[in-house]
Design a binder for this molecule. Structure first.
Ligand SMILES: C[S@@+](CC[C@H](N)C(=O)[O-])C[C@H]1O[C@@H](n2cnc3c(N)ncnc32)[C@H](O)[C@@H]1O
Length: 279
């Protein structure tokens, strides 16, 4: 692959998804795009770059972009945000009128582990408190990559995937075995729906949320893109809600409306209005 091909391909990816691919990641293009090249009968990445110059290549460019996303996820990833949420959801429940659902968004949800972890948490809260059990919790998972959304909707995970982050008792209680795989139980799946959405696009159609998880995707964006996405997420957050970022991500110095909750790494609320749990 020539340097010009590399620049052209990574430029298309950045424009479509915001994802920055560095020059030392050329191998990733070679390996991830090999099946696409084979299917299209193209001898290599230089030929792909040429093909993508032709009019009518948008769906191929989109497919290439999705193949180059990183989709790693796990149940209850990093632990701590879910413990914070365990206290925040009942506080939001008490603050809302009866009949109004709590709305949670797993933005960049990948294969759905984050959305299902939140739903499992909601079930645990409902089982401990009859008043919370009467509260509807809606969880919307969105991602740019069609293939991961298909997997998220199926709600079926391998032994390896369930072993990462799920306590065995939770696995036995919330999943049923399906051959060598594990299927999330219908009551957990019922709170979750999954939709295709690009974080760089217009986010208004998803509505407003009490809780937004946007974790481990901003790390792939450059600073202006991060700032733009954080500002758009802040617009989608209810005044007393919270935004959770990944362990390596920060909104500091980027979106003035988002302020970190004291003592909580990666949890943000809107300005002075604050999340329900601000001290
Ligand atoms: C590493 S996964 C994170 C999954 C989950 N949030 C977690 O922390 O475990 C990142 C996801 O972001 C998605 N993604 C990348 N760029 C995106 C964009 N512009 N809009 C929406 N999703 C995007 C990828 O498809 C991928 O599934």
């Amino acid at each position: 692959m020539t340097p010009a091909t590399f620049q052209a391909l990574v430029g298309m990816v950045k424009q479509r998804s915001g994802g920055v691919i560095n020059p030392d990641q050329g191998y990733m293009l070679e390996t991830r795009l090999a099946p696409l090249l084979k299917r299209e009968g193209l001898p290599g990445l230089d030929a792909l770059a040429q093909r993508l110059q032709r009019p009518g290549s948008e769906s191929l460019a989109q497919e290439m972009t999705e193949l180059l996303t990183t989709n790693e996820s796990s149940f209850f990833r990093d632990g701590r945000p879910f413990e914070h949420l365990r206290a925040l959801l009942p506080a939001l429940h008490r603050a809302r009128p009866a009949g109004q659902p709590l709305r949670v968004w797993s933005a960049a949800c990948s294969t759905g582990q984050e959305a299902y972890s939140i739903s499992i948490l909601a079930s645990e809260l409902a089982e401990a408190d009859a008043s919370f059990a009467a509260r509807r919790v809606e969880i919307i998972g969105t991602d740019i990559t069609a293939a991961v959304l298909e997997r998220a909707r199926a709600g079926v995970f391998t032994q390896f995937e369930v072993q990462r982050g799920l306590p065995i008792r939770t696995l036995m209680k919330r999943f049923s075995q399906d051959g060598t795989r594990w299927r999330v139980n219908p009551d957990i799946a019922a709170r979750c729906r999954f939709e295709k959405l690009n974080l760089l696009g217009d986010l208004r159609a998803v509505g407003r949320f009490d809780v937004i998880f946007c974790r481990n995707v901003l790390i792939y964006f450059d600073v202006p893109t991060k700032a733009r996405v954080l500002a758009a997420l802040a617009e989608r957050l209810n005044p007393d809600g919270a935004l959770y970022l990944g362990a390596a991500e920060t909104a500091m110095g980027m979106a003035t409306r988002l302020t970190p909750l004291p003592g909580e790494r990666g949890v943000y609320a809107l300005g002075e209005e604050g999340a329900s749990l601000r001290a």
